[in-house]
Design a protein around this ligand. Structure first.
Ligand code: KIV
Ligand code: ZN
Length: 505
């Protein structure tokens, strides 16, 4: 069995998803979840890109044990110094340096000759080696680079000490046979290739990131770069959950294995969808809500007779299992704590108390509390930030013949402020009132609502994306009352804005 290393770049390429912006606390939560999944490498960010990126990489490097922590940098000493500054306290640090090698990037972006590209690449690897033995080199836009030139670059950087060579299909241009042949060509034509691990990093512009990654494994790649839910620049990257489940399900064909604990996939996928505000499409492979749903009568009949007639993976293999013992308003704290622990959450006493209070509040309105409801409460708890604004009360009036009016009471520190506003529908009225009370004017870019479970009493989860001064903030709210969830989601985003303003002072 070939061992395939899983290099997760959700926090770096994934954060380049248009509209996604994560703060350090959220990135740390994701990094813990990735460590729980047992990824081999976490690419924590691009430290020179911004002070926020630097801070997040530094915090992850200090706190996360187990996986290698990588930081991205261009092939310059300034970038490499900054990457190391952020990484230096990691248990297992990796510097990941890159330069573009394709003709179009050389000519228009870098304005460098092929010889200059090789010199920059070699100098960067040499320089990074002064800091750490684990240095990855990426030939950006490798798939559109002349193979002969790519071989020369790779040979030179391995001689300089690169231990991992990454071959990105940066613009998602490759066709699987072609990409597989490129990896095979590298193995056959780079004399010192055995001294390094071959990695691939495939983008999904033509929907072939996964197929190209598989073709690369078949032809000798030992590391796959991927992201949870396929997040990433433009159409995104190969999805970690698809890579891991393909390796697990088709181990027989690929003769490969990876160390991902696949039973943790579902939880990681949902958590990252919430924190990034990017919903999972229902028919998404592995983690979409339809991935294990069987619609047609023939299929249902087949499944009932023998599950494997229409299922190649079981829901439990990605951690989907509904507990048969249903919690409700009569359940005690002990049963609640036990369920949290069964679901894999280690929660301290203070958090149990507040979660249990929220659980009781929901249980008062909803007969049965499922595992998915509990996970939503936990996600909500985890995304808590200092509550500068807090919703105390609201009243809405709306109808077909009149404008909607919202009256809200917000607690702001020790002050209670009540205001009202009219709007084009109840949510608009609520949001105008919140803006009036807080004095913050933001642009609502996106509003999404979904029911966590079925039934009329389901918890509703609202996600909003707001921008202010070119910065994006994601807010979430959950409640059995969708207007309360809507108000809380906006207030959550506004709390983040207020917190960011406070930190900037
Ligand atoms: O897509 C790409 O080429 C990248 C590199 C920086 C690895 O993200
Ligand atoms: Zn990329």
């Amino acid at each position: 069995m070939k061992k395939i290393h899983i290099f997760d770049t959700t926090l770096r390429d994934g954060e380049q998803t248009p509209g996604v912006s994560l703060n350090t606390e959220e990135k740390l939560q994701i990094a813990h979840e990735l460590a729980r999944l047992n990824v081999d490498v976490i690419e924590a960010g691009f430290p020179i890109a911004s002070p926020g990126d630097f801070e997040a990489v530094r915090a992850i490097a200090e706190e996360i044990k187990g996986p290698i922590i990588a930081a991205l940098c261009r092939a310059t000493t300034k970038d490499i110094d900054r990457a190391w500054e952020a990484l230096q306290f990691a248990e297992k640090p990796r510097i990941h340096t890159f330069i573009a090698t394709s003709p179009v990037h050389r000519q228009y972006k870098l304005k460098k000759t092929p010889t200059e590209i090789i010199t920059s690449a070699v100098n960067a690897v040499n320089y990074a080696k002064n800091y750490t033995p684990d240095v990855e080199f990426s030939a950006e836009d490798a798939s559109r680079t002349e193979p002969e030139f790519l071989y020369q670059v790779i040979e030179a950087v391995i001689n300089a000490g690169a231990t991992v060579i990454n071959i990105p299909d940066t613009v998602g241009y490759s066709i699987p046979d072609e990409f597989g042949a490129l990896i095979k060509g590298i193995k056959e034509n780079v004399p010192n290739i055995k001294q390094a691990i071959i990695s691939v990093h495939c983008h999904n512009d033509l929907g072939m990131a996964m197929a190209n990654s598989v073709a690369a494994i078949e032809n000798g790649a030992q590391q796959i770069e991927c992201t949870i839910n396929g997040l990433g620049e433009r159409a995104g990257n190969a999805a970690l959950e698809e890579v891991a489940m393909t390796i697990k399900t088709r181990e027989d064909f690929l003769k490969a294995e990876c160390q991902i604990i696949t039973e943790h996939i579902s939880r990681a996928s949902h958590m990252i969808s919430k924190l990034t505000g990017v919903p999972i499409q229902p028919n998404k492979a592995v983690v979409g809500t339809n991935a294990f749903a069987h619609e047609s009568g023939i299929h249902q009949d087949g499944i009932l007779k023998e599950r494997t007639t229409y299922e190649i993976m079981c829901p439990q293999s990605i951690g989907l299992q509904e507990n048969m013992i249903v919690l409700g308003k009569h359940s005690g704290r002990h049963a609640f704590r036990q369920r949290l622990s069964d679901l894999g959450y280690q929660v301290n006493d203070a958090d149990i108390t507040s979660l249990f209070e929220q659980f009781k509040m929901v249980a008062d309105k909803k007969k049965e509390i499922t595992d998915r409801d509990i996970e939503a409460l936990i996600r909500n708890k985890r995304i808590e930030i200092p509550q500068i604004f807090h919703l105390k009360e609201f009243h809405i009036s709306s109808g077909t013949q009149k404008d909607a009016t919202a009256t809200l009471t917000l607690q702001i520190n020790d002050q209670t402020i009540k205001e009202a506003a009219c709007g084009d529908g109840p949510v608009d009225a609520i949001y105008k009132t919140i803006e009036r009370i807080t004095g913050i004017r933001a642009n609502l870019e996106e509003y999404a609502i979904r029911a966590i479970t079925g039934g009329k009493d389901a918890l509703g989860e609202v996600t909003v994306r707001v921008t202010i001064n070119n910065k994006t903030y994601i807010g979430h709210g959950i409640s059995t009352d969708i207007l309360e969830a809507s108000a809380n989601a906006y207030i959550h985003a506004f709390n983040k804005i207020a917190q960011a303003k406070k930190e900037a002072l």
